[in-house]
Design a protein. Sequence first.
Length: 424
Amino acid sequence: MITTIITFIIVFGLIVFIHEFGHFYFAKRAGILVREFSIGMGPKLFNYRTAETTYTIRLLPVGGYVRMAGGEDDEDELKPGTPVSLYVGDNDQVTRINTSKKSTLFNGIPMAVTATDLEDQLWIEGYENGDESTVKRYAVAHDATIIESDGTEVRIAPRDVQFQSASLGHRLMTNFAGPMNNFILAIIVYTILSFVVGGVTTNSNQVTPTDSGVTVAQKAGIKNGDYITAVNGHAVDNWTQLSTQIQSRADKKTTFKIKRGDQIKTITLTPVAKKVDQKTIGAVGITAYRNHNIGAMLLSGFTQTWQMTVRLLAAIWSMVSGHFSLNDLGGPVAIFATTSTATSEGLAGVLNFLAFLSLNLGIVNLLPIPALDGGKILINVIEGIRRKPLSENVETAITLVGVVFLVVLMLLVTWNDIERYFIK
């Protein structure tokens, strides 16, 4: 259990970090202020602040975010009556605004806020030291910081460094960069995996008996490099078809047609029943054949990423075309359960799971659903076609619908996962 938990945190944390770093890097290049880069969600555990960005690690290892100035998840409003403490630096400009009871400013000026403008004219005004007879206004420095209620200190967000102030091309690239980084990570990990296992797994019907003891396949005489061309009369010409046929034949006598060189042989065996993800499937102890060519291994990251992308897109299409089931989706609970299986398979299992999960995250995030990166990219495209942005109210409403949809879906998926994996 401890190993699974550690693996889950490392795998999920790495995927989230790589995804968010894509947004972070291209936002920086576009001149967009990244106020906070967070790994994890919920209460803050640790933070480190540089001149521009505050880096935080939060309690729940189930996500992360890049908080860009002016983004839909960026909120800095100081409502009238909010008690703050101001630190005034050179030129009588406010350089820090403290709204937190967890942090105190040395020589800070107490104020009850009446109004602010921290985007354009950069000022704050209110009643100083409890004196409500006079409203005092202070200029706020462009690079001033604000200490939020949980004690996190971040830069304020002037208009010129906000997300919407960047060019359309820069905004589109910033939105796309997260999924792009997940694709790059999948390519790299699949390449490493091919060297770890000593070859490239192909999607052909050529097979290799597993080396986990004496298996049904070995007893039946299946050898390394054999082609299985038919299972119980059903022709197969790739690994996907082959594995599907075998999995459906648990504890059933099955005829295999084997091609070995110029010879065609027929053998009969009975796949053993195995429990995988609460399902009973048949297994004979074979894996897809591995190509040991160095060139193929170096290219394997691209080829395996492409093959898996095609399979994932086909699965998504199957769901949206009328075969949807919550069992086709998986949230953090399902990922944790799958992590346990991957961990039991050693380094190769973890690497394969890491690449698959990264690719999954990249593809899902590109779906044109509001609040996901794909939804944001779609809004960018619409803006490019219209040659003007959507109104702020329309964009906020679209995003809100997407957030509500995703929250409801996540709750349903999480409960379904709990029932699948923990409630017998």
